[in-house]
Design a protein around this ligand. Structure first.
Ligand SMILES: C[S@@+](CC[C@H](N)C(=O)[O-])C[C@H]1O[C@@H](n2cnc3c(N)ncnc32)[C@H](O)[C@@H]1O
Length: 279
């Protein structure tokens, strides 16, 4: 029987994934091998002649077969990394995106002495868990409409040793408190944009985490319409937004009595974060 070393397998997997038009095939192959061999990615290059056992090879081939069909690697492996922390993911939650780390970064950098926070549409819990690890906040609530997402979020809070009150709520439906910070990365993709998404996203990630009515603006409008009831006097809202939505959301915020509105760009120069201040 042929002996597979890390080096040989890496080359072979990369070619297989490339043939199936997987983007970044080499990076995918590295992740698969390092995950199954429980090694750091760098270590696979330090031990290129290490042999792969038959059992490991079997698992690697199973993962590769799924990946070749464009299933996201994070769902196949059941985990991902966000803001340097490990998160469990399944296809009932959106895979946390690197651009969302910017929202976390901004809040950690700008906000001190926060007594309570609400995260609307928490999904895997990525944003709120990364914040809980870095802010000294007494009360943290996080809601989602999806019970299965909330289960994953709770597991992720346990995994990362933070205390967060997760509960089901359709936006503010079950919210009675007022908060210093309301944070949301809501679904914001319009119907037209949704149709154009790659199959990798459309066929695997939950539509309810991505698409929003009203040209992608539904959630911003709903959150802003009732925000004054749920913000403390100097409370703030932080949104992740689509690259072309800042102007429209600014209009909605003004219609609802807000005048202090700021927009921040991501590393690619696109509008990505909005901060809306109560007073
Ligand atoms: C874009 S995902 C964001 C997930 C996570 N916060 C993140 O940044 O990775 C939006 C989330 O909003 C949730 N959601 C959709 N409709 C909702 C509603 N009416 N009320 C509360 N959450 C909702 C979805 O289930 C999904 O988890």
């Amino acid at each position: 029987m042929r002996v597979w070393t890390i080096r040989k397998l890496l080359d072979w997997l990369t070619a297989q994934l490339k043939k199936n038009e997987i983007t970044s095939p080499k990076q995918n192959a590295e992740t698969i091998i390092s995950h199954v061999l429980q090694m750091k990615r760098l270590d696979i290059y330090l031990q290129p002649e290490k042999e792969i056992s038959e059992a490991q090879l079997k698992i690697i081939l199973e993962i590769t077969t799924r990946r070749k069909k464009h299933e996201p690697l994070q769902y196949i492996l059941g985990e991902t990394e966000f803001y340097g922390y490990k998160f469990k993911v399944s296809n009932s939650v959106l895979i946390p995106r690197p651009e969302t780390e910017l929202l976390v970064e901004k809040i950690i950098h700008e906000e001190k002495n926060i007594d309570n926070i609400l995260d609307i549409g928490t999904g895997s819990g990525a944003i709120i868990i990364a914040l809980a690890k870095n802010l000294d906040t007494e009360n943290i609530d996080a809601v989602d409409i999806s019970e299965s997402a909330l289960k994953i979020a709770q597991q992720n809070a346990d995994l990362n040793n933070v205390e967060i009150n997760f509960f089901r709520s359709d936006i503010y439906e079950n919210i009675t408190n007022k908060y210093d910070l309301i944070i949301s990365n809501p679904p914001y993709i319009s119907q037209d944009e949704y149709e154009l998404l790659p199959k990798e996203i459309k066929d695997h990630e939950p539509r309810s985490a991505l698409h929003a009515e009203n040209n992608g603006l539904y959630f911003y409008k709903k959150i802003l319409q009732n925000a004054k009831e749920h913000l403390t006097e100097f409370g703030k809202i932080y949104f992740e937004i689509g690259y072309d939505q800042a102007e429209k959301i600014t209009g909605i915020a003004k219609e609802n009595g807000f005048s202090k509105i700021q927009v921040f760009k991501d590393l690619n120069g696109f509008d990505r974060i909005m901060r809306i201040i109560n007073r």
